[in-house]
Design a protein around this ligand. Structure first.
Ligand SMILES: [Zn+2]
Length: 312
């Protein structure tokens, strides 16, 4: 809801205190309608604008690479003021269809109501060679960037600015919320880094590049990938070769995301006699991951408990 500032001023002088209260409550609503591609961005939008109506197109139990552009999603996008996604081609298979079918002109441009988190941070794992044999790789780098807490800080700043641009009447609210979030988050980072000390130097086998940012941050090594090629599910042949390779390596565990099939990880971890760990991919991925802080806390505690057998 937006009211021209001169209207508020005129009415305020005429109607007095009641109009000031009215203007105040309208301003405090900050009611952008936000369509998030993944739950992590819905959670971040909610931190910056608790009163906005925020909708997530996917859950942590869904593969964000592959989403059906079903009518329900199109109608949600039609009403959005702001679309917030990871970018870096994560949603390239479905987001453009939604944008086009929604006919919502507000969310077509990255200068207006379309926000890609990857536009505001460096991505890792940029593809060096592509081609028909390379698999379904992310050419713009790894888009699963919500699992690096420092990148989240940069993105929160950019997102608050975007909200302020789209809804200038509430600009101060978004900026204040961002700065409060940044203070809390910074303090959390220190706590998490202390808690995660015992995880440094672990060797894990992962499934896809989902957790690369997290593992890099925590100093954990990835010594194998259950996918033979990016985007290709584990085959028995690939698993056998991983097993062979792992015999000469110290492997501490196998991890996979809340939306991925556990079968391959299960088989390999049993053969290796190491823990098999499901990690929440996003907010809502398990019962502790009710917001971004809960998600990070749960990722670290789950790894501590299952892989190192400790917790703090
Ligand atoms: Zn991916």
């Amino acid at each position: 809801m937006r009211i021209a500032s001169n209207w508020v001023f005129r009415e305020t002088s005429r109607l007095g205190f009641a109009a000031v209260l009215l203007a105040g409550s309208i301003q405090a609503q900050a009611d952008l309608r936000v369509f998030a591609c993944e739950p992590e961005w819905a959670a971040l939008a909610q931190e910056l604008s608790p009163r906005s109506v925020v909708y997530s197109a996917t859950t942590a139990q869904q593969d964000p690479h592959q989403v059906q552009p079903r009518p329900g999603l199109i109608s949600k996008m039609r009403k959005a003021d702001l679309v917030v996604c990871s970018g870096a081609e994560l949603e390239v298979g479905w987001l453009p269809v939604l944008q086009q079918k929604s006919g919502n002109r507000k969310v077509q441009s990255r200068d207006e109501g379309l926000f890609f988190a990857a536009d505001y941070v460096e991505t890792i794992d940029k593809a060096e060679s592509t081609g028909p044999l390379a698999g379904d790789i992310h050419e713009d780098g790894n888009p699963h960037l919500h699992l690096d807490p420092y990148r989240i800080l940069d993105i929160s700043k950019a997102l608050a600015e975007r909200m302020a641009n789209l809804d200038p009447a509430s600009a101060k609210i978004y900026r204040d919320n961002q700065s409060a979030f940044a203070d809390r988050w910074q303090a959390q980072i220190e706590t998490w880094e202390k808690q995660a000390e015992p995880l440094k130097g672990l060797n894990l086998i992962a499934y896809h590049s989902n957790f690369d940012y997290l593992l890099n941050w925590l100093g954990i090594n990835t010594v194998g990938d259950l996918e033979p090629k990016p985007g290709v599910p584990p085959s028995s042949r690939h698993l056998a070769s991983l097993l062979q390779k792992s015999q000469s390596l110290q492997v501490d565990g196998v991890i996979y995301a809340s939306y991925q099939n556990a079968q391959g990880a299960d088989w390999l971890s049993k053969k290796l006699g190491v823990p098999n760990v499901e990690l929440p991919m996003s907010v809502g991925g398990n019962e502790d991951s009710h917001d971004l802080t809960g998600l990070y806390g749960s990722l670290i505690q789950t790894l501590l408990k299952t892989v190192t057998g400790s917790s703090s």
